[in-house]
Design a protein around this ligand. Structure first.
Ligand code: MRU
Length: 356
């Protein structure tokens, strides 16, 4: 997708360095950052310079490439893998990508390991791009149907950023929207602000603006009234981990949107590549829900009138805070899962029908 009219991917490898778009600086500054070591990759994931389930998976894969460049030793590779997996606990793509890399590198000699690691990291990246494109083509059919019936602008609500910035390109939730827009279908997106880090306002709205797609930022609590007023035709969100029973773990607040959608008969879709499916866990209570620093809640960051980025405290220092980063939407609230292989019911039967 484009920034300032120029096409970018979110991550690439150049001159033995991993290049990323530093998402902590968006939307006010566009900065490309070099990752030189595996520690840099771990730090980029932890501080959310890169974020979004598929992108942190690809960053971890390239992190292992950097680990080999730094120190071509098996025990260092093992330590790097463990630290990468621990850097953010909820999105399964991270472990999925590290496990895939390690499986590929198992038994490979010192001389060949770097090339094989690079090829595999690139394969993970290219595959995600292809899968997200297919998610878009599959989800497009739903938007087309609504458009044909309504004969007017399709209003889509999304939460957090499951856009191209969260993947390699296209995004998951946004991919059907980009495809619809390219086909000339009129779409408008309600962008949940997504407190506390504001990925909706800072990233989703930004990337939609850059592609010329009409969008409106709303507070996280506004979705309900918009649905009651008939101003939302469908919701599409992403996911960090989808269980085989169809339960969906995504950014905190997704569950409340799904409840509201159910109460108002608004279709609620979740878009995901198969790398986000966790076939091993049966009960959502076993998903490790990331709890982040309370400063993300107590402070907000923005740009002042002198173009300076400023961070300010917004509530009393004495107040306690709890910053849970994700929640789980039960399968019964999900209208369908949009995947690279097609759309299915949010259930074991639905997912197995596509992937097993
Ligand atoms: O904490 P974040 O910004 O990494 O959370 C991202 C999300 O919750 C996305 O919806 C999810 O990763 C899907 S990205 C295609």
């Amino acid at each position: 997708m484009k920034i300032d009219g120029k096409s970018y991917k979110t991550i690439w490898f150049e001159n033995n360095l991993v290049k990323i778009i530093d998402q902590t600086k968006l939307p006010h500054k566009f900065v490309i950052k070099d990752l030189k070591t595996v520690k840099d990759s771990i730090n980029a994931i932890k501080t959310m310079e890169v974020r979004g389930a598929p992108l942190i998976g690809a960053t971890a894969a390239y992190g292992l490439v950097l680990s080999i460049i730094e120190n071509n030793d098996l025990s260092f590779l093992k330590k790097s893998s463990e630290e990468l997996i621990a850097s953010r606990p909820t999105a399964i793509n991270l472990k999925w990508a590290v496990d895939r890399m390690i499986k590929k590198l198992n038994g490979i000699n010192e001389k060949d390991i770097l090339k094989i690691a690079l090829d595999e990291a690139k394969a993970i990246k290219d595959e995600d791009e292809k899968f997200c494109k297919n998610i878009g083509l599959n989800g497009l059919k739903i938007i087309e149907e609504i458009y044909a019936k309504k004969k007017g602008t399709v209003n889509i609500l999304t939460h957090c950023n499951a856009g191209w910035l969260a993947t390699i390109d296209w995004g998951t939730a946004t991919s059907p929207i980009y495809h619809a827009h390219q086909k000339g279908i009129k779409v408008h997106v309600w962008v949940d602000e997504t407190r506390p880090r504001n990925q909706g306002a800072n990233l989703t709205s930004y990337e939609l603006n850059e592609e010329g797609i009409s969008n409106t930022v709303i507070t996280d609590n506004a979705g309900g009234i918009l649905m009651q007023r008939g101003q939302v035709d469908m919701c599409i969100v992403g996911t960090d981990r989808t269980l085989s029973n169809g339960d969906v773990c995504n950014k905190i607040g997704t569950y409340l949107k799904a409840l509201s959608a159910k109460d108002n008969n608004v279709p609620f879709y979740v878009a995901l590549p198969s790398s986000t499916i966790d076939w091993s866990i049966k009960d959502h209570k076993q998903i490790p829900i990331e709890e982040r620093n309370s400063e993300e809640l107590s402070h907000v960051e923005g740009i002042d009138e002198n173009n300076k980025i400023k961070k300010v405290r917004i509530y009393p220092q004495k107040s306690k805070s709890l910053n849970l980063a994700f929640d789980v939407t039960p399968a019964k609230l999900v209208t369908g899962l949009i995947t690279e292989k097609g759309i299915c019911e949010a259930s074991e039967k639905g997912l197995k029908g596509l992937f097993k």
